[in-house]
Design a binder for this molecule. Sequence first.
Ligand SMILES: *[C@@H]1O[C@H](CO)[C@@H](O)[C@H](O)[C@H]1NC(C)=O
Ligand SMILES: *[C@@H]1O[C@H](CO)[C@@H](O)[C@H](O)[C@H]1NC(C)=O
Ligand SMILES: *[C@@H]1O[C@H](CO)[C@@H](O)[C@H](O)[C@H]1NC(C)=O
Ligand SMILES: *[C@@H]1O[C@H](CO)[C@@H](O)[C@H](O)[C@H]1NC(C)=O
Length: 301
Amino acid sequence: TFFSRFQFALTLQAIWTGMCNAAMQHYPAAWGHYDVCKSQVYSDEGLTWDYMACQPEAADMTQFLKVTLDPPNITCGDPPETYCALENPYMCNNECDASTEELAHPPQLMFDIEGRNPTTFWQSTTWKKYPKALLVNITLSWNKTIELTDDIVITFESGRPEQMVLEKSLDYGRTWQPYQFYATDCLDAFTMEPKTVQDLSQHTLLDIICTEDYSRGYVWKYDKTVRFEIKDRFALFAGPRLHNMASLYGQLDTTKNLRDFFTITDLRIRLLRPATGATMVDESNLSRYFYAISDIKVQGR
Ligand SMILES: *[C@@H]1O[C@H](CO)[C@@H](O)[C@H](O)[C@H]1NC(C)=O
Ligand SMILES: *[C@@H]1O[C@H](CO)[C@@H](O)[C@H](O)[C@H]1NC(C)=O
Ligand SMILES: *[C@@H]1O[C@H](CO)[C@@H](O)[C@H](O)[C@H]1NC(C)=O
Ligand SMILES: *[C@@H]1O[C@H](CO)[C@@H](O)[C@H](O)[C@H]1NC(C)=O
């Protein structure tokens, strides 16, 4: 497919940059905003050169980031705390203790290998200062420009937050723009009409929406992910099964706003209100309310 032609399977930047320079002597220097690369391919006519846009392969970007939490002491375990289940305040068998490795939940556990049993995850302190808001910023910084190639997926170990904002920076954290708002009630939380990515069109793709799709209460406790839908936005240009990536790349090449939309240097997850599973917060047991995240996926190049 066209997409795989674009995914030039060389990970060493030095090598592919070198090849791009070599290719320039034989072919136009640039393809849209990408350099042109060539590779040898076997076909019916024998060995020939294939020309394509120079792009490194899409990769898991969570291996190269720096994570910062604000407030810095918001991670649980110092002092140790006991946690109760949101659905059952008498089920209190989750203990967090930063000084014991098996009971600690530091931020790195959002980026370790998934599929461990038991699950590893970062966890916040409980909402013991209620009614003061339990606010946490999780900032991911790459110190380089990343073009997103797939959905951003945040997997919660706790209930999903009732209010949250995903923000991005394109200038190494100097300025921030919202990417998407998430709430159980968008009007109430952000005075925004609830929308979904399906409401967007080519003309409104850059609109920032509030969605209620990822904030439902504890009856859906097996729904653990919060997404920022990159692929659905790509599909507005490339078709439902992304079969026409050429059309998407054409748009990205010529439209700076669009290209910038999918480009980041930093991401920030602003947790504004934890899952409560009900309209009322049970003030007699605030150990039921907290945030816990087991995984964050960011794919890009
Ligand atoms: C975290 O730090 C802030 C500000 O330094 C302080 O007000 C707060 O009490 C601290 N929280 C804990 C749990 O230590
Ligand atoms: C989080 O980031 C926002 C801006 O993105 C800032 O206004 C806020 O003070 C930060 N800290 C917390 C704890 O919310
Ligand atoms: C970010 O990258 C630049 C250039 O590669 C480097 O000089 C700088 O030290 C880096 N900053 C951090 C905080 O890593
Ligand atoms: C409330 O929280 C404490 C831990 O802080 C726990 O020991 C207790 O069993 C919880 N449940 C109820 C119903 O009080």
